[in-house]
Design a protein around this ligand. Structure first.
Ligand code: NAP
Length: 316
Protein backbone atom coordinates (compact mmCIF):
# COMPACT_ATOMS: atom_id res chain seq x y z
CA UNK A 1 0.00 0.00 0.00
CA UNK A 2 1.57 3.31 -1.07
CA UNK A 3 -0.98 5.65 0.44
CA UNK A 4 0.47 7.96 3.07
CA UNK A 5 -2.00 8.99 5.78
CA UNK A 6 -1.52 12.18 7.75
CA UNK A 7 -2.15 10.22 10.93
CA UNK A 8 -2.50 6.61 12.03
CA UNK A 9 -4.00 5.96 15.46
CA UNK A 10 -3.36 2.57 17.05
CA UNK A 11 -6.25 1.60 19.31
CA UNK A 12 -9.95 2.48 19.30
CA UNK A 13 -10.57 3.05 22.99
CA UNK A 14 -11.59 6.45 24.37
CA UNK A 15 -8.12 7.92 23.67
CA UNK A 16 -7.95 6.65 20.08
CA UNK A 17 -11.54 7.61 19.22
CA UNK A 18 -11.18 11.08 20.74
CA UNK A 19 -7.97 11.51 18.73
CA UNK A 20 -9.89 10.38 15.63
CA UNK A 21 -12.63 12.91 16.29
CA UNK A 22 -10.19 15.80 16.75
CA UNK A 23 -8.00 14.73 13.81
CA UNK A 24 -11.11 14.56 11.62
CA UNK A 25 -12.03 18.08 12.64
CA UNK A 26 -8.47 19.19 11.79
CA UNK A 27 -9.13 17.59 8.37
CA UNK A 28 -6.21 15.20 8.75
CA UNK A 29 -6.45 12.09 6.58
CA UNK A 30 -6.73 9.66 9.49
CA UNK A 31 -6.80 5.88 9.90
CA UNK A 32 -7.67 4.20 13.21
CA UNK A 33 -6.39 0.63 13.52
CA UNK A 34 -7.96 -1.55 16.23
CA UNK A 35 -6.76 -5.08 16.94
CA UNK A 36 -9.92 -6.44 18.54
CA UNK A 37 -13.13 -4.91 19.84
CA UNK A 38 -13.42 -1.12 20.11
CA UNK A 39 -13.28 0.25 23.63
CA UNK A 40 -10.47 -1.68 25.33
CA UNK A 41 -10.98 -1.90 29.10
CA UNK A 42 -14.15 0.19 29.02
CA UNK A 43 -15.89 -2.49 26.97
CA UNK A 44 -15.68 -4.70 30.12
CA UNK A 45 -17.64 -2.22 32.21
CA UNK A 46 -21.33 -2.93 32.48
CA UNK A 47 -22.33 0.56 33.53
CA UNK A 48 -20.50 3.86 33.07
CA UNK A 49 -21.66 6.79 35.14
CA UNK A 50 -18.60 9.02 35.56
CA UNK A 51 -18.17 10.41 32.06
CA UNK A 52 -19.44 14.00 32.01
CA UNK A 53 -22.55 14.67 29.98
CA UNK A 54 -23.97 11.16 30.05
CA UNK A 55 -27.63 10.67 30.77
CA UNK A 56 -27.20 8.50 33.87
CA UNK A 57 -30.80 7.23 34.01
CA UNK A 58 -30.38 5.02 30.92
CA UNK A 59 -27.60 3.02 32.64
CA UNK A 60 -25.25 3.20 29.68
CA UNK A 61 -22.71 0.38 29.30
CA UNK A 62 -19.08 0.88 28.29
CA UNK A 63 -19.91 -0.51 24.86
CA UNK A 64 -22.80 1.95 24.43
CA UNK A 65 -20.54 4.89 25.22
CA UNK A 66 -17.85 3.61 22.87
CA UNK A 67 -20.39 3.11 20.07
CA UNK A 68 -21.36 6.79 20.37
CA UNK A 69 -17.69 7.84 20.38
CA UNK A 70 -17.08 5.70 17.29
CA UNK A 71 -20.05 7.24 15.47
CA UNK A 72 -18.74 10.69 16.26
CA UNK A 73 -15.21 9.98 15.00
CA UNK A 74 -16.62 8.27 11.86
CA UNK A 75 -18.78 11.34 11.33
CA UNK A 76 -15.72 13.57 11.09
CA UNK A 77 -14.11 11.30 8.52
CA UNK A 78 -11.63 9.13 10.48
CA UNK A 79 -11.40 5.76 8.72
CA UNK A 80 -11.41 2.67 10.90
CA UNK A 81 -10.14 -0.88 10.27
CA UNK A 82 -9.32 -4.01 12.27
CA UNK A 83 -5.73 -5.21 12.04
CA UNK A 84 -2.95 -6.30 14.37
CA UNK A 85 0.12 -4.04 14.15
CA UNK A 86 3.19 -5.98 15.20
CA UNK A 87 6.13 -3.97 13.89
CA UNK A 88 6.79 -0.25 13.52
CA UNK A 89 9.51 1.79 11.79
CA UNK A 90 9.06 5.19 13.35
CA UNK A 91 12.25 7.13 12.57
CA UNK A 92 12.10 9.62 9.67
CA UNK A 93 9.27 11.60 8.11
CA UNK A 94 7.22 8.60 6.98
CA UNK A 95 6.32 6.04 9.63
CA UNK A 96 5.77 2.45 8.41
CA UNK A 97 3.52 0.07 10.35
CA UNK A 98 3.30 -3.64 9.53
CA UNK A 99 0.67 -6.10 10.67
CA UNK A 100 0.65 -9.79 11.50
CA UNK A 101 -1.68 -10.25 8.49
CA UNK A 102 1.04 -8.97 6.14
CA UNK A 103 -0.41 -5.48 5.60
CA UNK A 104 1.68 -2.31 5.60
CA UNK A 105 0.48 1.20 6.47
CA UNK A 106 2.30 4.55 6.12
CA UNK A 107 1.72 7.88 7.82
CA UNK A 108 3.36 11.17 8.68
CA UNK A 109 2.37 10.84 12.33
CA UNK A 110 1.32 8.06 14.71
CA UNK A 111 -0.69 8.19 17.92
CA UNK A 112 -0.31 5.11 20.10
CA UNK A 113 -3.47 4.60 22.13
CA UNK A 114 -3.23 0.87 22.77
CA UNK A 115 -4.28 1.07 26.43
CA UNK A 116 -3.47 -1.19 29.35
CA UNK A 117 -5.08 -4.06 31.15
CA UNK A 118 -5.33 -4.85 34.83
CA UNK A 119 -3.32 -7.83 35.93
CA UNK A 120 -5.88 -10.56 36.54
CA UNK A 121 -6.38 -11.85 40.09
CA UNK A 122 -5.49 -15.33 38.89
CA UNK A 123 -8.18 -17.33 40.73
CA UNK A 124 -10.48 -20.07 39.44
CA UNK A 125 -13.69 -18.83 37.69
CA UNK A 126 -12.36 -15.25 37.47
CA UNK A 127 -13.49 -14.70 33.87
CA UNK A 128 -17.03 -15.87 34.67
CA UNK A 129 -17.56 -13.15 37.31
CA UNK A 130 -15.81 -10.19 35.68
CA UNK A 131 -18.38 -7.40 35.67
CA UNK A 132 -20.67 -9.63 37.81
CA UNK A 133 -19.01 -8.93 41.16
CA UNK A 134 -15.35 -8.77 40.13
CA UNK A 135 -14.05 -5.33 39.21
CA UNK A 136 -10.71 -3.63 38.61
CA UNK A 137 -11.90 -0.05 38.98
CA UNK A 138 -13.31 1.35 42.23
CA UNK A 139 -13.95 4.79 40.72
CA UNK A 140 -16.11 3.15 38.04
CA UNK A 141 -17.91 0.49 40.06
CA UNK A 142 -17.94 1.34 43.80
CA UNK A 143 -21.48 2.63 43.60
CA UNK A 144 -22.77 -0.83 42.62
CA UNK A 145 -21.54 -2.23 45.95
CA UNK A 146 -23.41 0.08 48.32
CA UNK A 147 -23.91 -1.65 51.68
CA UNK A 148 -22.38 -4.91 50.45
CA UNK A 149 -19.29 -6.71 51.65
CA UNK A 150 -16.28 -6.08 49.44
CA UNK A 151 -12.87 -7.78 49.22
CA UNK A 152 -9.80 -6.05 47.77
CA UNK A 153 -6.75 -8.00 46.55
CA UNK A 154 -3.28 -6.40 46.75
CA UNK A 155 -1.07 -4.53 49.19
CA UNK A 156 0.24 -1.61 47.11
CA UNK A 157 -0.85 2.04 46.98
CA UNK A 158 -3.69 1.28 44.58
CA UNK A 159 -5.17 -1.52 46.67
CA UNK A 160 -5.03 0.37 49.96
CA UNK A 161 -6.17 3.75 48.56
CA UNK A 162 -9.03 2.13 46.67
CA UNK A 163 -10.00 0.10 49.74
CA UNK A 164 -10.29 3.36 51.71
CA UNK A 165 -12.40 4.86 48.90
CA UNK A 166 -14.63 1.77 48.84
CA UNK A 167 -15.47 2.20 52.55
CA UNK A 168 -17.67 5.15 51.51
CA UNK A 169 -19.93 2.67 49.73
CA UNK A 170 -19.46 -0.84 51.09
CA UNK A 171 -20.56 -2.02 54.54
CA UNK A 172 -17.17 -3.69 55.08
CA UNK A 173 -13.92 -3.88 53.10
CA UNK A 174 -11.44 -6.74 53.57
CA UNK A 175 -7.96 -6.44 52.10
CA UNK A 176 -6.41 -9.75 51.07
CA UNK A 177 -2.64 -9.54 50.77
CA UNK A 178 -0.15 -12.27 49.90
CA UNK A 179 2.35 -11.16 52.56
CA UNK A 180 2.01 -9.97 56.19
CA UNK A 181 3.16 -6.43 55.42
CA UNK A 182 1.73 -3.86 53.01
CA UNK A 183 3.74 -2.36 50.16
CA UNK A 184 1.66 0.88 50.20
CA UNK A 185 3.20 4.09 51.57
CA UNK A 186 3.07 4.53 55.36
CA UNK A 187 0.60 7.43 55.37
CA UNK A 188 -1.96 5.45 53.42
CA UNK A 189 -1.30 2.38 55.57
CA UNK A 190 -2.00 4.37 58.75
CA UNK A 191 -5.29 5.65 57.33
CA UNK A 192 -6.32 2.10 56.45
CA UNK A 193 -5.35 0.68 59.86
CA UNK A 194 -7.41 3.41 61.58
CA UNK A 195 -10.46 2.82 59.40
CA UNK A 196 -13.07 0.75 61.31
CA UNK A 197 -14.60 -0.54 58.10
CA UNK A 198 -11.35 -2.13 56.86
CA UNK A 199 -9.93 -5.44 57.99
CA UNK A 200 -7.13 -7.61 56.63
CA UNK A 201 -6.48 -11.19 55.67
CA UNK A 202 -2.69 -11.66 55.58
CA UNK A 203 -0.46 -14.16 53.76
CA UNK A 204 -3.34 -15.09 51.49
CA UNK A 205 -4.53 -15.15 47.90
CA UNK A 206 -7.91 -15.74 46.29
CA UNK A 207 -8.14 -19.36 45.21
CA UNK A 208 -11.65 -19.53 43.73
CA UNK A 209 -14.80 -17.46 43.24
CA UNK A 210 -18.34 -18.76 42.86
CA UNK A 211 -21.97 -17.73 42.54
CA UNK A 212 -25.03 -18.26 40.39
CA UNK A 213 -25.30 -15.20 38.14
CA UNK A 214 -23.40 -12.86 40.45
CA UNK A 215 -20.48 -13.38 42.78
CA UNK A 216 -21.58 -14.69 46.17
CA UNK A 217 -18.68 -16.66 47.56
CA UNK A 218 -14.91 -16.52 47.55
CA UNK A 219 -12.39 -19.06 48.76
CA UNK A 220 -9.12 -17.74 50.14
CA UNK A 221 -5.91 -19.72 50.48
CA UNK A 222 -3.30 -19.08 53.16
CA UNK A 223 -0.01 -19.26 51.25
CA UNK A 224 1.94 -20.36 54.34
CA UNK A 225 -0.34 -23.16 55.59
CA UNK A 226 -2.28 -24.00 52.41
CA UNK A 227 -5.52 -23.72 54.43
CA UNK A 228 -8.63 -22.83 52.38
CA UNK A 229 -11.37 -20.62 53.89
CA UNK A 230 -14.69 -19.93 52.15
CA UNK A 231 -16.52 -16.62 52.65
CA UNK A 232 -20.19 -16.49 51.61
CA UNK A 233 -22.21 -13.35 50.95
CA UNK A 234 -24.77 -12.45 53.57
CA UNK A 235 -27.99 -14.12 52.26
CA UNK A 236 -29.78 -10.76 52.69
CA UNK A 237 -27.27 -9.18 50.25
CA UNK A 238 -27.17 -12.01 47.74
CA UNK A 239 -23.82 -10.84 46.39
CA UNK A 240 -20.39 -9.50 47.31
CA UNK A 241 -17.66 -7.55 45.52
CA UNK A 242 -14.06 -8.46 44.71
CA UNK A 243 -11.66 -5.78 43.45
CA UNK A 244 -8.25 -6.66 42.02
CA UNK A 245 -5.40 -4.14 42.38
CA UNK A 246 -2.27 -6.16 41.83
CA UNK A 247 -0.71 -3.91 39.21
CA UNK A 248 -1.43 -2.90 35.63
CA UNK A 249 0.08 -4.10 32.40
CA UNK A 250 0.31 -1.60 29.54
CA UNK A 251 -0.31 -2.99 26.04
CA UNK A 252 3.16 -2.30 24.67
CA UNK A 253 4.44 -5.72 23.66
CA UNK A 254 4.17 -4.84 19.93
CA UNK A 255 6.40 -1.76 20.48
CA UNK A 256 9.42 -3.58 21.85
CA UNK A 257 11.68 -2.99 18.80
CA UNK A 258 10.21 0.41 17.84
CA UNK A 259 12.77 2.66 19.55
CA UNK A 260 10.12 4.15 21.86
CA UNK A 261 11.26 4.87 25.43
CA UNK A 262 9.38 3.39 28.37
CA UNK A 263 9.16 4.12 32.08
CA UNK A 264 7.96 1.30 34.36
CA UNK A 265 6.59 -0.41 31.25
CA UNK A 266 4.52 2.60 30.12
CA UNK A 267 5.40 4.81 27.13
CA UNK A 268 7.33 7.76 28.52
CA UNK A 269 5.22 10.79 27.56
CA UNK A 270 3.97 13.78 29.54
CA UNK A 271 0.79 15.86 29.20
CA UNK A 272 1.91 16.96 25.70
CA UNK A 273 1.71 13.25 24.68
CA UNK A 274 5.07 13.56 22.84
CA UNK A 275 7.21 10.42 22.90
CA UNK A 276 10.97 10.45 22.37
CA UNK A 277 10.38 10.03 18.58
CA UNK A 278 9.30 13.12 16.59
CA UNK A 279 5.83 12.69 15.08
CA UNK A 280 4.91 9.84 17.45
CA UNK A 281 2.51 10.51 20.33
CA UNK A 282 1.10 8.38 23.16
CA UNK A 283 -2.42 8.89 24.50
CA UNK A 284 -4.43 7.29 27.30
CA UNK A 285 -3.57 4.45 29.66
CA UNK A 286 -0.51 3.34 27.69
CA UNK A 287 1.49 6.42 28.70
CA UNK A 288 2.97 7.48 32.03
CA UNK A 289 0.19 9.39 33.79
CA UNK A 290 -1.47 10.12 37.10
CA UNK A 291 -5.08 9.05 36.61
CA UNK A 292 -6.22 6.37 34.18
CA UNK A 293 -9.87 7.08 33.43
CA UNK A 294 -12.08 7.47 30.32
CA UNK A 295 -12.11 11.23 30.76
CA UNK A 296 -8.30 11.51 30.95
CA UNK A 297 -7.87 9.14 28.00
CA UNK A 298 -10.27 11.23 25.89
CA UNK A 299 -8.40 14.37 26.93
CA UNK A 300 -5.10 12.82 25.82
CA UNK A 301 -6.63 11.91 22.47
CA UNK A 302 -7.57 15.54 21.84
CA UNK A 303 -4.11 16.77 22.86
CA UNK A 304 -2.32 14.15 20.75
CA UNK A 305 -4.35 15.01 17.62
CA UNK A 306 -3.62 18.69 18.19
CA UNK A 307 0.10 17.96 18.51
CA UNK A 308 0.05 15.73 15.40
CA UNK A 309 -1.59 18.52 13.41
CA UNK A 310 1.08 20.98 14.59
CA UNK A 311 3.85 18.53 13.72
CA UNK A 312 2.49 17.99 10.19
CA UNK A 313 2.24 21.75 9.66
CA UNK A 314 5.90 22.06 10.71
CA UNK A 315 6.94 19.57 8.00
CA UNK A 316 5.72 21.76 5.12
P1 NAP B 1 2.14 -2.23 42.94
O1 NAP B 1 2.76 -1.16 43.76
O2 NAP B 1 2.97 -2.98 41.96
O3 NAP B 1 1.50 -3.24 43.99
C1 NAP B 1 0.95 -4.42 43.57
C2 NAP B 1 0.50 -5.20 44.80
O4 NAP B 1 -0.12 -6.40 44.34
C3 NAP B 1 1.66 -5.60 45.73
O5 NAP B 1 1.26 -5.49 47.06
C4 NAP B 1 1.91 -7.05 45.34
O6 NAP B 1 2.33 -7.84 46.41
C5 NAP B 1 0.55 -7.51 44.92
N1 NAP B 1 0.61 -8.54 43.90
C6 NAP B 1 1.29 -8.52 42.74
N2 NAP B 1 1.09 -9.64 42.04
C7 NAP B 1 0.25 -10.39 42.80
C8 NAP B 1 -0.36 -11.65 42.62
N3 NAP B 1 -0.13 -12.39 41.53
N4 NAP B 1 -1.18 -12.12 43.59
C9 NAP B 1 -1.43 -11.38 44.70
N5 NAP B 1 -0.89 -10.17 44.92
C10 NAP B 1 -0.06 -9.69 43.99
O7 NAP B 1 0.89 -1.74 42.08
P2 NAP B 1 -0.11 -0.51 42.36
O8 NAP B 1 -0.56 -0.50 43.76
O9 NAP B 1 -1.12 -0.60 41.25
O10 NAP B 1 0.80 0.77 42.11
C11 NAP B 1 1.52 0.93 40.87
C12 NAP B 1 2.40 2.17 40.97
O11 NAP B 1 1.57 3.32 41.04
C13 NAP B 1 3.25 2.16 42.23
O12 NAP B 1 4.47 2.77 41.94
C14 NAP B 1 2.48 3.01 43.20
O13 NAP B 1 3.30 3.63 44.19
C15 NAP B 1 1.86 4.02 42.24
N6 NAP B 1 0.63 4.54 42.81
C16 NAP B 1 0.72 5.71 43.47
C17 NAP B 1 -0.40 6.26 44.03
C18 NAP B 1 -0.27 7.56 44.77
O14 NAP B 1 0.84 8.04 44.86
N7 NAP B 1 -1.34 8.12 45.27
C19 NAP B 1 -1.63 5.61 43.93
C20 NAP B 1 -1.69 4.41 43.27
C21 NAP B 1 -0.54 3.87 42.71
P3 NAP B 1 3.81 -7.69 47.06
O15 NAP B 1 3.76 -6.45 47.87
O16 NAP B 1 3.94 -8.95 47.83
O17 NAP B 1 4.75 -7.62 45.87
Amino acid sequence: MNKIYDLIIIGAGPAGLAAGLYAGRYQLDTLIIEKAQDGGQISLTSEIENYPGQIIDVKESGNDLIARMRKQSDGFGAKHINDDINSLKLEGDIKVLSSSYGNEYRAKTVIIASGAHFRPIGCKNEDKFRGMGISFCATCDANFFRNLQVFVVGGGDSAVEEAIYLTKFAKKVTIIHRRDELRANKTVQEKAFKNDKIDFIWDSVVDEVNGSDVLNSITIKNVKTGELTKYDADPKDGMMGLFGFIGMQPNTEFLKDSGIEFENGYIKAGESTHTNIPGVFAAGDVRTKLLRQVITAASDGAVAAHEAEKYIASLS
